[in-house]
Design a protein around this ligand. Sequence first.
Ligand SMILES: [Zn+2]
Ligand SMILES: [Zn+2]
Ligand SMILES: [Zn+2]
Length: 129
Amino acid sequence: MGFDIHRFQGVVDEELICSICQSVLEDPVQIQQCEHSYCNDCIREWLKRKRTCPQDCKEVSEKDLLPASRLLRNLLGRMIITCDFVDEGCSELLSLDALQSHVSTCVYNARRLQPCDQGCGEIIAKNEV
Ligand SMILES: [Zn+2]
Ligand SMILES: [Zn+2]
Ligand SMILES: [Zn+2]
């Protein structure tokens, strides 16, 4: 499942959208024969039900999936997206490359790991304090 298009700043290029989930590619792979790109999770789910490329109906099997090209991954990595916790109040804008490391330390992330403030020295998730 990709990233919601509405989380991105400006216009999202069609090439960066997964036609299965209609969202921006997450962990993209490409099909060897036709070079169509999809989210890794989306196309693997799809291939469990159908053995074809969703866009051109060519026959595909799981071994035809290759990591997406460096160009595509670089373009994706530079896209500017809002934090996962924008609804909780985080106003950060990040490149997709930086998103994961931000989210894991975002002050709005209830699952963020932090030292226990009772002083027991344990590292625990914030919502389990
Ligand atoms: Zn997808
Ligand atoms: Zn295709
Ligand atoms: Zn944040």
